[in-house]
Design a protein around this ligand. Structure first.
Ligand code: GLY
Ligand code: MN
Length: 513
């Protein structure tokens, strides 16, 4: 399939037009009249309000509280070309999804704007009134209907009308053509200041920049777009009830994906690219039971497991390997899990594999033991590192004369040769969620009930690592769970997926029986 073009080709075809060489769209009046006629009335989609709607209203109110008097612009983003005129499947920007509750592929080019109003007189007593500017479904007498390969109903299906968007989100919806005028209103001369979430939509950012220039606002002191980006990221550090339910769902679907992979291991073992059997089994499950994967699946067998983000996944799965599978199902609301298990391909760990696995598990357990309200995010990593450094000292892998204690000091850190990544990251709409939060709230932040993050220590011994005995080489182990901070400690959301080596073995045996 390719984009429709007009039938008549000029003698001299400019290079810019040559992308349209592939197909012919009839241009006759007879065709146009006929294709736009004789359609039954559109049936209303009759969308129920999203269960997320009350929660997104509260999130918008929290943002409003933080940035009163500013016009806040949160784009969904636009379609991105994958190659020439074919686009990637659309995924809205996470700040937009968080504040509107829209998920899956909703809605390219939409923009949420929080318009400042007199303090306390906005939505739900907030300081803003929210409007969603969207590109609604075009009527059948509009050429878009049959001729627009990006937006037309013939090409991508019926999109929601403005009324549909309003019922779904509980937010007033307007045509995106009104966006420019709406953003320009009352700018300058001590009037409204515009802040836009950067990195989501170049065209909206350019529009905001142009409006600022016109209004003489470009040199104005005060808040920058970064303040909005930071606010939308920090707003997600503590998850609400709805988000936690979505995370539970994402974890449950992910665990099923791991089960499907274990069942597919015999096929992986017999395939020249066994890692792809693992990847496609997991990704197929994610697409069937959720929206997609939350990030590219890491299916790394044997030595590949020592490459932290091995996503090429084109290697063999060999008998005797440990297979590291790091995958997350993203559900339709776009919340994702992020879980890793390191599985013995034959169903049982060898002695040395078990030794490494147990060290990583002990590090994870130490991290779980300190993950509670009042602790700092960085304490979780520190607890895991103490165990990792102690095991490496015990095994004699640290350089001569270096103790675990010395390695743990800022000047040491030799143990990190075998685990260069961090132990934890926040998790939610983005796999690495809340990434624009300030350091004092993230790395140096204090844990609070409702926070969700990973605990994922690992040990990776490369095949050519001369600092470790030969039997350790070519083995990578990571154990990653998704953790919810509760009032009095934590809950391992992914606890239903076995972690202890003997439990992993029994679970694999039960699935392969
Ligand atoms: N699971 C991949 C990562 O956390 O980077
Ligand atoms: Mn992770």
């Amino acid at each position: 399939m390719s984009e429709p073009t007009t039938a008549s080709q000029p003698e001299e075809q400019p290079a810019a037009d040559r992308g349209s060489n592939r197909s012919h769209r009839p241009a006759s009046t007879a065709f146009k009249n006929f294709v736009m006629s004789q359609w039954a009335p559109r049936t209303e989609l009759d969308l129920e309000p999203s269960p997320a709607a009350p929660y997104t209203a509260a999130r918008r109110a929290a943002l409003s509280e933080r940035l009163p008097g500013k016009r806040l612009v949160v784009p969904a983003g636009s379609l991105k070309p994958r190659s020439n005129d074919t686009d990637y499947r659309f995924r809205p920007h996470s700040a937009f999804a968080h504040l509107t509750g829209l998920g899956t592929d909703q809605e390219p080019d939409a923009v949420l704007v929080l318009h400042p109003v007199e303090e306390g007189s906005g939505d739900g007593g907030s300081n803003h009134h929210a409007v969603l500017y969207v590109r609604p479904l075009a009527p059948r007498d509009n050429e878009e209907f049959y001729a627009d390969a990006r937006y037309g109903e013939f090409w991508v299906g019926a999109r929601p009308s403005l009324a549909d968007v309003e019922s779904l989100t509980g937010i007033e919806a307007r045509h995106v053509d009104e966006l420019g005028d709406a953003l320009a209103k009352d700018l300058g001369d001590g009037g409204v200041q515009l802040l836009v979430v950067s990195g989501a939509d170049d065209a909206v950012e350019a529009l905001v920049e142009e409006l600022r220039l016109e209004a003489g606002l470009q040199d104005e002191e005060g808040l920058t777009d970064e303040a909005l980006v930071e606010a939308t990221s920090e707003l997600r550090l503590v998850k609400d009830e709805y988000e936690i339910a979505q995370m539970r769902e994402a974890v449950a679907r992910t665990i099923e994906g791991f089960e499907a992979v274990v069942r597919a291991l015999p096929r992986a073992l017999g395939h020249r690219r066994g890692e792809r059997v693992v990847e496609t089994t997991f990704d197929g499950h994610a697409r069937l039971e959720g929206n997609a994967v939350g990030y590219e699946t890491i299916a790394a067998s044997g030595e590949h497991a020592t490459t932290l983000h091995w996503i090429r996944n084109d290697g063999k799965v060999r008998s005797g390997d440990v297979l590291l599978l790091d995958g997350g199902v993203e559900v339709d609301s776009l919340y994702t899990a992020d879980i890793t298990r390191s599985l013995p391909v034959d169903g049982e760990y060898t002695e040395v594999q078990r030794k490494i696995y147990q060290a990583v598990l002990d590090a994870a357990d130490a991290a779980f033991a300190v993950a509670r309200p009042g602790a700092r995010f960085r304490d979780v990593h520190a607890a895991a590192m103490e165990v990792i450094a102690a095991r490496l000292e015990e095994w004699g892998f640290l350089p001569d004369g270096v103790t675990a204690e010395q390695a743990l000091s800022d000047e040491g850190q030799q143990h990190r040769r075998w685990m260069v990544h961090g132990t934890s990251h926040h998790l939610g709409l983005d796999v690495h969620d809340c990434a624009q939060a300030r350091r004092e709230l993230y790395l140096d932040g204090v844990l609070e009930p409702g926070m969700v993050f990973t605990i994922e220590p690992g040990l990776y011994f490369k095949a050519d690592d001369l600092a470790v005995p030969e039997e350790f080489r070519g083995i990578g182990v990571r154990i990653e769970d998704d953790v919810l901070i509760t009032e009095d400690g934590n809950e391992n959301l992914s606890a239903a997926l076995p972690r202890r080596p003997e439990d992993v073995e029994a679970w694999m045996a039960s699935l392969r029986a």
